[in-house]
Design a protein around this ligand. Structure first.
Ligand code: 5GP
Length: 120
């Protein structure tokens, strides 16, 4: 069965602070917080505070250009904040075959260890 992408996700509760998270950056448009199941010494998720149909990258439209840019610039900002000066990995998983599990677009920033390519 295809994933239900219309319903609210756990990230709405994180945005509303109804469930706790470790926030590392926040402004009026985006929230960045530590992944609960980190895949490296640093693992941060950067999300838009308003989903606006952007369940995943595959749903991106012209109206999302500004928020998409903000997500990436925030990824760079938090990487610097984390001291990832030798590099890091930025990932957007999309859809079942991309291993997406939460249907509210999010940018993973993973670092603090040597990453490998291809990821498999
Ligand atoms: P995806 O697989 O959709 O690309 O990534 C979803 C990410 O959200 C996963 O890395 C998962 O560990 C993280 N995640 C899921 N639920 C929670 C939560 O309640 N709190 C936090 N901090 N991260 C979560």
């Amino acid at each position: 069965t295809p994933p239900d992408t219309d319903s609210p996700t756990i990230f709405d509760k994180i945005i509303k602070k109804e469930i706790p998270s470790t926030v590392v950056y926040e402004d009026d448009k985006v929230l960045a917080f530590r992944d609960i199941q980190p895949q490296g010494p640093t693992h941060i998720l950067v999300i838009p505070k308003v989903r606006d149909g952007l369940t995943g990258l595959s749903k991106a439209e012209e109206r999302h250009i500004d928020i998409l840019g903000r997500l990436l610039l925030t990824a760079k900002l938090v990487a610097k904040q984390e001291g990832l000066n030798d590099g890091y990995r930025v990932v957007i998983n999309d859809g079942p075959k991309g291993c997406q599990s939460v249907y509210h677009i999010h940018v993973h920033v993973i670092g603090g260890r040597q990453m490998n390519w291809p990821p498999g």
